[in-house]
Design a protein around this ligand. Structure first.
Ligand code: 2HG
Ligand code: ZN
Length: 465
């Protein structure tokens, strides 16, 4: 907890209006999109400059106050949740695009820039920022970097890490580091930039990022294909990847589709219903590419891998097909789902899913399980839905038991217990299923270098000491 004198000192570092302690703000800023923890920060501070961030970190060191960085709070692992009296450092006031260079195709952003703001800015320059996901309208760049956000275009463009050309960070001692300075080539020893990407604010706070942009895609076109079983999705992926440069390859189950259609505002892709659906996207830059896509589709039908399909013929159709996948997370959110976000190498996906599905079906025959995800990246989202009548805590306690079985399978397949949602608090007790004791010891040693007093987002990634 932060005492009154310390709070007065904090207020003097920024401006009175930029320290919030009212209950509504503490509730709003203390949580992310997880439902597991009750928010309980002692204050929220909104810095406007890099110097203010440094001053806040030094203040926190003096008073031994824990700080939790906060962006759009759309995270799914409670990495930005302040449940133990921490002070939230929210970057909403540092939301400007500072510079653009058309030759380097780079853009300098403050951490509070919203993902969609960067995407739109890129479009205005005739370029493209390719990291995209359903929460791009509210997630902030600092959070994207802190979690190395992935999303729906990773198969072609990679994760946020690929687009960070330079990073300014304030470490746990209040030091400002200017890392890589936007360079393409820089072989001067350790690339510290990459340590801060995906570190969930445990090593330093991102205060400025130089992001790369890409050429804009031409005539993006999507196909939704219905398959008779999960195993057919992989040969479909293989067939299309052999012919086209895919910009996305996603999947969802019939249960997922049923929830989307129940909304009433998204059209069905086609009349027949299938157990699984693949959504793929490519640039139909020429007529020949579209013809190749159709020929591959026909080949998949002949092989019995695909039962039905549709290809977008307009921007509106493209958008509608994407809604089938992109709306899933939000659509099922009122069922308070228990989420897992696991990955293996792509070739192992069918055997992996079969094992996990069997374990979940055996232990939770009464609960609805919805599968979807970025299958082209080997990344599956497993959502177990809470029955309306079941108490939330009892439901989470029951679902937590599934973790051990799921993660034992993940470990055996040498996969990841968190492919793109981070560790935060929800997965920290399971880190050892994906990381060796030696690795975890190195990670803790690195944390001690940048944050010797343990004030930056303690209790995230690792359990509190
Ligand atoms: C997605 O791919 C997001 O839609 C959310 O990563 C995943 O809701 C989920 O489990
Ligand atoms: Zn995802």
């Amino acid at each position: 907890m932060t005492d009154a004198a310390a709070l007065t000192e904090l207020t003097a570092l920024v401006a009175p209006a930029h320290v919030l302690t009212d209950p509504a703000s503490l509730q709003a800023y203390g949580k992310d999109w997880t439902h597991h923890y009750a928010p309980a920060p002692s204050a929220v501070v909104l810095p406007r400059t890099v110097e203010q961030v440094q001053a806040i970190v030094r203040w926190a060191n003096r008073h031994r106050v824990a700080l939790v960085p906060s962006g759009g709070r759309t995270g799914l692992s409670a990495a930005a949740v302040a449940a133990r009296g921490e002070v939230v450092v929210a970057f909403d006031q540092m939301n400007r695009i500072l510079a653009f260079d058309g030759v380097d195709r780079s853009v300098v952003c403050q951490p509070g820039v919203v993902t969609q703001q960067l995407q739109r800015f890129a479009e205005e320059q005739g370029l493209y920022y390719p990291v995209d996901f359903a929460s791009s309208g509210s997630s902030q760049l600092g959070g994207n970097i802190g979690t190395n956000a992935g999303g729906i275009k990773v198969i072609r463009y990679g994760m946020t890490r690929n687009w960070v050309a330079g990073l300014k960070v304030v470490t746990g001692t209040g030091e400002l580091l200017d890392l890589n300075k936007g360079l393409v080539k820089n072989a001067t020893g350790y690339d510290l930039r990459h340590l801060f990407i995906g570190a969930e604010g445990t090593l330093g706070f991102v205060v400025e990022a130089t992001m790369r942009l890409e050429r804009a895609p031409r005539n993006l076109t999507a196909m939704v294909l219905g398959t008779p079983d999960f195993d057919s999705i992989m040969p479909v992926l293989h067939a299309f990847q052999g012919q086209l440069d895919l910009t996305a390859f996603e999947f969802f189950s019939d249960k997922g589709l049923a929830h989307i259609l129940a909304r009433g505002d998204v059209p069905a892709p086609f009349a027949s219903s299938c157990p699984f659906y693949a959504l793929l996207e490519f640039e139909a830059s020429t007529e020949a590419v579209s013809e190749q896509a159709l020929a591959t589709f026909e080949h998949c039908v002949e092989q019995g891998w695909v039962l039905d399909g549709v290809m977008s013929q307009s921007e509106t159709q493209l958008r509608n097909l994407w809604k089938l996948r992109e709306y899933l997370s939000e659509t099922i959110s009122h069922f308070t789902p228990y989420k897992n976000d696991v990955s293996v190498t792509v070739a192992k996906v069918p055997a992996f899913l079969r094992e996990i599905d069997a374990v979940v079906a055996q232990h939770y025959p009464d609960l609805e399980v919805v599968w979807y995800g970025h299958i082209g990246d080997g990344n599956l989202h497993l959502n177990i839905l809470k029955p309306a009548a079941m108490d939330k805590d009892a439901f989470f306690a029951r679902c937590a038991k599934v973790n051990q079985w799921v993660f034992e399978i993940v470990e055996r397949f040498q996969g990841s217990i968190s492919a793109e949602h981070g560790v935060g608090m929800t997965k920290r007790d399971y880190l050892h299923y994906s990381r060796s004791p030696e690795e975890i010891a190195c990670m803790k040693a690195i944390k001690a270098v940048f944050d010797p007093n343990g004030i930056l987002n303690p209790g995230k990634i690792f359990a509190p000491e």
